[in-house]
Ligand binder design. Structure first.
Ligand code: ADP
Ligand code: F6P
Length: 321
């Protein structure tokens, strides 16, 4: 391939810039031209392009967000929109495309591949909820941000001998919730993947408080998909008599400079994506399996189901008191 495109799509994630940089530098090294497409599929359809050079991706590896901007593009959800995308690629000579985003973005990439523009998906989402990969870009940074926020929250929670119910991101997945709950020493994680019993959580809190030298404050982490942080806090207060407050961390978790893990993962994935396109291979998702980089057919990857962190959930439950 002589010319490839790169775009970021869906929710941004720290480390997307590191992936854009890796794609650009790896492709330039192989003698390809690289076109940056702004605002995901919206920018493809509207021809919002920037030339990517080795220097234009300097100084972005440490930056959160995405320098290419991101968007959601309803038009790309139907084949007319995808057809228009293919025509734009042909018009400017884009022979392959790297799509950095979540599973929605990958569906668009699959459709475009089926029309003859080979696309490679790079998993970028803080939720870690792309089924065919053990790891997605942004997950580690988001968890570290949530952990730091909850550590701060603990100071005031402890001073007032309260319970803080903290909602972390994850619309459809509780990976952030369970892992952050372990990292902050929370009493419980409430996620969609596991049934929960507020009575049991409240009873445990009372036991812990009343035990010798018992705790005076508590943290409960709730996944966004469960929601209801205010209601859960109110119920816990009613059941335990412990004053409770709800905190929703929100979009702060999507920002910030990527951690070393995210920068390296993004660079490895970006490099591997370009290697595939260089061999004329498309319609693949690159990801991690058994800790190693691999790639998988796009539709097959989207149809997979990865297990929840059940063992971690159990470890949390056994060690939190
Ligand atoms: P994410 O990629 O983070 O899952 P979205 O689900 O919002 O985010 O998808 C991002 C964009 O990908 C959408 O705005 C749309 O342009 C495109 N997309 C989503 N679903 C499909 C689909 N089924 N077919 C084609 N394109 C899609
Ligand atoms: O998928 C990443 C994510 O941050 C989810 O955790 C969250 O539910 C969603 O995106 C929020 O999307 P938006 O920024 O469009 O509100």
């Amino acid at each position: 391939m002589k010319k490839i495109g790169v775009l970021t799509s869906g929710g941004d994630a720290p480390g997307m810039n590191a992936a854009v940089r890796a794609v650009t530098r790896a492709a330039l090294s192989k003698g390809m031209e690289v076109v940056g497409i702004q605002r995901g599929y919206v920018g493809l359809l509207n021809r919002e392009f920037v030339d990517m050079t080795a220097r234009s991706v300097s100084g972005i590896i440490q930056r959160g967000g995405t320098v290419l901007y991101t968007a959601r593009c309803p038009e790309f959800r139907n084949m007319d929109g995808v057809m228009k995308g293919k025509e734009v690629c042909e018009e400017i000579g884009i022979e392959g495309l790297v799509v950095i985003g979540g599973d929605g973005s990958f569906r668009g990439a699959g459709d475009l591949s089926s029309l003859g523009i080979p696309c490679i998906g790079i998993p970028g989402t803080i939720d870690n909820d792309i089924q065919c990969t053990e790891y997605t870009i942004g997950y580690d940074t988001a968890m570290n941000t949530a952990m730091e926020m909850i550590d701060k929250l603990r100071d005031t929670t402890q001073s007032h001998a309260r319970c803080s119910v903290v909602e972390v991101m994850g619309r459809r997945a509780g990976y952030i919730a369970v892992n952050v709950a372990i990292a902050v020493g929370a009493e419980a994680a409430i996620t969609l993947e596991r049934p929960y019993d507020l009575n049991a959580i409240a009873a445990k809190m009372i036991r812990t408080r009343d035990s010798k030298g018992g705790k005076n404050h508590f943290i409960v982490v709730v996944a966004e998909g469960v929601g209801q942080a205010e209601n859960i806090a109110r119920s816990i207060q009613e059941m335990t008599g412990i004053e409770s407050r709800a905190t929703v961390l929100g979009h702060v978790q999507r920002g910030g400079s990527p951690t070393v893990r995210d920068r390296i993962a993004a660079t490895e994935l970006g490099y591997h994506a370009v290697e595939l396109l260089d061999q004329g291979i498309g319609n693949r998702i690159v990801g991690f399996k058994d800790g190693k980089i691999y790639d998988i057919d796009l539709q097959e990857g989207l149809a997979m189901k990865k297990p929840f962190d059940d063992e971690r959930y159990d470890i949390l439950t056994e060690t939190a008191y």
